[in-house]
Design a protein around this ligand. Structure first.
Ligand SMILES: [Zn+2]
Length: 287
């Protein structure tokens, strides 16, 4: 059964490790993440962006697929199904479809409007027993032409949003989505430290986990990060393994064109990436 991310993240914050949010795109992705979490006895959060939700034909399909897998694969570790960077409307749809967690990305609104919309969602999530992630200080990405360093959140605004009763808080600390540029200045630990001092026991979320050096990941966990989002890295490993298979001509050998064979190396590669992340974040054995 899907669970809210609240308990797993509070345990992670208290135990000084982080739970991975791995974004899913299809059946192979979901199966790879769930089986790896089970093998490693680790909690996990399945992230679904609005685009990925649409690709999988809608949130109800995602909920049906994930719930089916939890049962058919005998998954007993805590699993949350979480909307990633949701719009207000997207959040309402996921609540109705049966997600156990949502992120409302109100970072592009003026702070007053972010507060107003977050307040409404806090109320609904509390009634439904769901977890809610809020974002302060927008987290950029390559596509936004961000160079050097991503935006840093205002710690006072972080406290203002945290005090509304959200479950976890994503604060921009110089992190960005996708590939980090060569001239990236690294994470702002001063910002993270200031945010953690003002928000206390609130689990903090680090977006853009792909390509952040291991020592910076460890330091951010020490400073209160309890959830780290990984997306691009699984896409890279899936693509590389699939390319290798095709370039080796294996799809032309016997029944190598069978999707169950053709997609197997990519699926195994996602599993290996997820395992690396869970080991780095310290969540192995914490289910
Ligand atoms: Zn993000």
């Amino acid at each position: 059964m899907l669970v809210s991310a609240k308990e797993m993240l509070e345990k992670a914050k208290a135990g000084h490790y982080a739970v991975a949010q791995i974004n899913i795109n299809n059946l192979e992705w979901t199966k790879a993440v769930l089986t790896t979490a089970q093998e490693l006895n680790s909690p996990v959060i399945l992230g679904v962006s609005e685009g990925a939700g649409k690709y999988m034909t809608g949130y109800k399909t995602v909920v049906g697929m994930v719930n089916g897998m939890l049962e058919e694969l005998n998954i007993t570790v805590p699993v949350a199904l979480h909307l990633d960077h949701g719009s207000y409307e997207g959040c309402l749809k996921c609540i109705e479809a049966g997600f156990s967690s949502i992120m409302f990305d109100g970072s592009h609104y003026p702070i007053e409007e972010n507060v107003a919309k977050t307040t409404e969602l806090v109320k609904i999530c509390a009634e439904k027993g769901m977890s809610l992630e809020a974002e302060v200080g927008s987290i950029g990405g390559e596509e936004d032409g961000v160079i050097g360093r991503g935006e840093c959140a205002d710690p006072q605004e972080c406290k203002q949003i945290a005090d509304l009763g959200v479950t976890m808080l994503a604060a921009g600390i110089g992190n960005i989505h996708g590939k980090y540029p060569d001239n990236w200045e690294g994470l702002s630990f001063e910002t993270l430290d200031a945010v953690q001092k003002l928000t206390g026991s609130m689990p903090l979320v680090l977006h853009g986990g792909t390509g952040i050096p291991a020592d910076m990941i460890k330091k951010s966990i020490e400073l209160g990060v309890s959830k780290i989002n990984v997306n691009t890295e699984c896409q890279w490993s899936f693509a590389a393994a699939t390319r290798e298979y095709i370039e080796a001509g294996k799809d032309k050998e016997g029944k190598g064109f069978d999707p169950r064979k053709l997609l197997a190396p990519g699926t195994a590669a996602i599993k290996a990436t997820v395992k690396d992340k869970m080991e780095l974040f310290g969540s192995v054995g914490k289910a």
